[in-house]
Design a protein around this ligand. Structure first.
Ligand code: PMV
Length: 326
């Protein structure tokens, strides 16, 4: 008997960075997924294989590589920790074979590690015959991710679990948002990996040098996310696009954009997108272009010509789900 779970990745529509200082970030699940399959094994080891070219076995904390020696432990350890967190929660002392397939590029802000933690928790829970509630999946995967990343807000785990669109505010946590629009996007991946912590730190230092200016931008971001929510509710695609453009201006001003991102943003706007901005931490990673369905090919081509890899995406309404099979 095997259990499989699949969980979507995410993109931040507006509000990144300003969310660190209390404003709302609006996050959407996308139709790119991580799939995790779990089965039992004879001994108490955790054997993990991933389609990123790594496989190996963890016995307690000791890792033995099978394929893809260099860097394998670092890539596979979060999966081991997620599985172990669920086994510990139910006091199960068993081994597992875990295999992972992902269509979410890593370390470019599309929520691959959150989706991986969520799918692993859901698959192991299903394998153990436990019906984990959505809240339980969020809390177990957030607990697991805390071991790997410092201070995760839990937003990636929440969006991968629930799907759809979520508003996140530090003080209020998450609110799920009903939206009519399919929110058609073309995502442009610069292929430049970046470190979210360093970018968040750079913004913090800029804030300490220019507090008055940065506070005004925070207040602009507050109004921006409010109006974005209104535009989402009324399915006003052009307003959403314009607000995304303004958000990109704010993100450039606080210093988190990148020449490669700007190139893709301008290329997308010039070829039919109604708005475009970086998504996530910036400094590389991905941009998103809100693009009417009949313009998606043109925008994809423009992103490719400007040096990026286009990913056609839309809202994934369904969050994590799991099933038992042979
Ligand atoms: O790069 P991502 O998708 O992990 O997004 C980071 C978003 C920030 O607002 C920059 C940081 C945060 O923790 O909210």
């Amino acid at each position: 008997m095997k259990a499989t779970a699949t969980a979507p990745g995410k993109t931040i529509l507006v509000g990144e960075h300003f969310v660190v200082y209390g404003e709302a970030a609006i996050v959407m699940a996308i139709n790119r997924h991580v799939q995790v399959t779990v089965e039992g094994r004879q001994n108490r080891a955790l054997y993990i294989s991933s389609d990123l070219g790594f496989s190996g076995t963890f016995v307690e904390d000791k890792y033995t590589a099978e394929t893809g020696y260099v860097g394998g432990e670092k890539v596979l350890k979060p999966i081991k920790i997620s599985a172990q967190t669920v086994l510990n929660a139910f006091e199960k002392k068993i081994g597992l074979n875990i295999s992972v397939h992902s269509s979410i590029p890593m370390a470019v802000g599309l929520g691959s590690s959150g989706a991986l933690a969520v799918a692993t928790v859901a698959a192991v829970g299903k394998f153990l015959g436990r019906e984990l509630s959505a809240d339980k999946i969020v809390s177990l995967s957030t607990e697991a991710e805390k071991v790997v990343h410092i201070n995760p807000s839990g937003i990636d785990q929440a969006i991968s679990t629930y799907g759809g669109v979520i508003v996140y505010k530090k003080e209020e946590g998450i609110t799920r948002l009903k939206t009519a629009s399919a929110i058609p996007l073309v995502i442009g991946n610069t292929g430049i990996q970046r470190n979210t912590g360093i970018l968040v730190d750079n913004v913090r230092m800029k804030r300490s040098r220019f507090p008055e200016i940065m506070n005004l931008m925070n207040s602009a971001a507050k109004h921006l996310s409010r109006q974005f929510i209104e535009a989402l509710k009324s399915d006003a695609l052009n307003s959403l696009g314009e607000l995304m453009d303004i958000n990109q201006g704010l993100l450039m001003a606080i210093g988190v954009s990148h020449e490669a991102l700007d190139r893709l943003v301008y290329a997308a706007r010039a070829s039919g997108a109604v708005g475009a901005k970086l998504t996530g931490a910036g400094g590389g990673g991905c941009m998103i272009a809100l693009t009417p369905l009949d313009q998606r090919e043109r925008v994809s081509e423009a992103i490719r010509s400007a040096g990026g890899t286009p990913i056609i995406a839309k809202k994934a309404d369904k969050g994590v789900h799991s099933w038992i099979h042979e």
